[in-house]
Design a protein around this ligand. Structure first.
Ligand code: AMP
Ligand code: GLY
Length: 437
């Protein structure tokens, strides 16, 4: 069997986890990551390529025996990198530009959900701040009136374009920021005002070739910065998998009432979806409802998911590229749960400090069932320094969620840099579920 190289596009914790996993494939010689971070530079080879420069990515792939390109983050997917690679005769894993609209435009996503009768919050779309403000003012008269709405910018806003509102003034302020002051730029050309739902959140990811759907075990993210889900929203401060909050029966319902109809609806609207379909769900009293779709692995959900995956990921991805996912058997997962604790820079998610030397990664990595995935790191003069808000995803597996948690935090304690911090309660939500059951 002749081996080939794999190119992974991106530079976060998700891409480090992908590189680590892909490296284990029997089909793979070398793994390149563009542009990568200090961690991918150790487990793979970093290449200094700008993912926005499609021609440069194509040229590199053609010159380096790249048999598969995996596009990690949403921005290059929405920008059509997979289409460009495919047109150039390369094999690329990820949805097309048209299919990536499912994440790139919340208006497109909501309209598709509504037309396919898929459970999601009721909503209205607006093209101007005035219309949106009038809608709020007509429904709620006093500034302090409690409201039950969520205001969302249509386009990509790195998770920041969503405001859950408690009062009328908050809703008006959110509309002003998104649609009048254009804080999120073009992402705010349209906006959505939707019904606020309640219930626990869970992420269900599936791999699909547009026909066959392979659902992965549910995971739970921790988006707010501080313990007990308080504080400002972040890209995700930790995750664990599997999440017991979603029992088998409900997971089957998510497949039949959400994943299958979405994949069909995408096909019908001539945007066949191939890649990772990520449903962000709220388990409401009326059943699971869609909050959003992402068109890629979640970060940090990817880290515990891939730590548990035993199947050769490259074979699965190649089957997706070929439209032959039906022929691959069910995925095999380690039965042990895994958790990922994100260590962040001082100040994150607001402005943060960069450039501090990090110590202890090596000894943490040596611990049993631990892997430290890098996100915002770079190697400078031989030292690993923090260069991003989310810096490391310390990931561990254990016989139970509590054992995995214990091991992950033991590894966290090995690692130091000035200002480093993390949430202390990653995966505790699972214990709450267990106590209720
Ligand atoms: P999204 O990027 O659309 O997933 O939204 C980010 C976060 O905002 C979600 O993880 C939820 O915590 C919250 N959120 C979004 N939509 C709603 C909703 N309709 N009701 C309540 N919370 C929501
Ligand atoms: N963890 C949430 C995301 O990747 O968007």
């Amino acid at each position: 069997m002749s081996k080939y190289n794999v190119l992974i596009v991106g530079s976060g914790g998700r891409e480090h986890a992908l590189a680590w996993k892909v490296k284990q494939s029997q089909h793979v010689q070398n793994v390149f990551v563009a542009p990568g971070n200090a961690g991918t530079g150790m487990d793979a080879t970093n290449v200094d390529l700008d993912p926005a420069d499609h021609n440069a990515v194509i040229q590199f792939a053609k010159e380096n025996n790249v048999g598969l390109v995996i596009v990690g983050p949403e921005a290059p997917l929405v920008a059509g990198l997979v289409d460009a690679l495919t047109d150039a005769g390369l094999r690329a894993f990820g949805p097309s530009k048209a299919a990536s609209e499912l994440e790139g435009s919340k208006v497109f996503c909501k309209n598709l959900l509504r037309s396919a009768d898929i459970p999601t919050a009721d909503y209205r779309t607006f093209r101007s701040a005035d219309d949106a403000s009038r809608y709020i003012k007509d429904r709620f008269s006093e500034p302090t009136d409690p409201v039950n709405v969520v205001v969302k910018a249509d386009g990509l806003a790195a998770g920041k374009g969503v405001v859950v509102c408690d009062t009328r003034s908050e809703a008006l302020e959110a509309i002003d920021r998104i649609a009048a002051r254009k804080e999120f730029g073009a992402a705010g050309k349209e906006l959505i005002i939707e019904e606020r739902l309640t219930g626990p959140e869970v992420s269900v990811l599936a791999i699909t070739d547009g026909e066959t759907i392979v659902t992965l075990p549910p995971a739970q993210d921790h988006k707010p910065a501080n313990d007990g889900d308080t504080g400002p929203n972040t890209g995700g401060m930790g995750a664990y998998c599997p999440a017991p909050v979603l029992d088998e029966e409900t997971l089957a319902k998510v497949e039949s009432s959400i994943l299958v109809p979405v994949v069909h609806a995408m096909k019908r609207s001539r945007r066949p979806f191939k890649g990772v379909l990520y449903a962000g769900l709220m388990l409401t009293p009326a059943g699971p409802k869609v909050l959003e779709f992402n068109v890629r692995f979640g970060d940090p959900e990817c880290q515990p998911l891939l730590m548990r995956l035993k199947t050769d990921l490259v074979e699965v991805m190649q089957a997706v590229v070929d439209g032959k996912l039906e022929e691959t058997g069910p995925l095999e997962f380690d039965p042990r749960p895994a958790i990922c604790v994100v260590m962040a820079s001082e100040g994150y998610p607001a402005d943060y400090e960069k450039g501090h030397a990090i110590t202890g990664i090596e000894s943490a990595d040596k611990m049993e069932n631990v892997k430290v995935f890098h996100a915002g790191t770079q190697r400078v003069d031989g030292e690993v320094v923090n260069t991003g808000g989310r810096v490391l995803g310390v990931t561990a597996m254990g016989d139970s969620i509590s054992a995995a948690k214990l091991q992950a935090y033991k590894a966290v304690r090995e690692i130091r840099w000035q200002g480093a911090w993390c949430r202390k309660d990653i995966s505790d939500k699972a214990l709450v579920t267990a106590a209720k059951a």
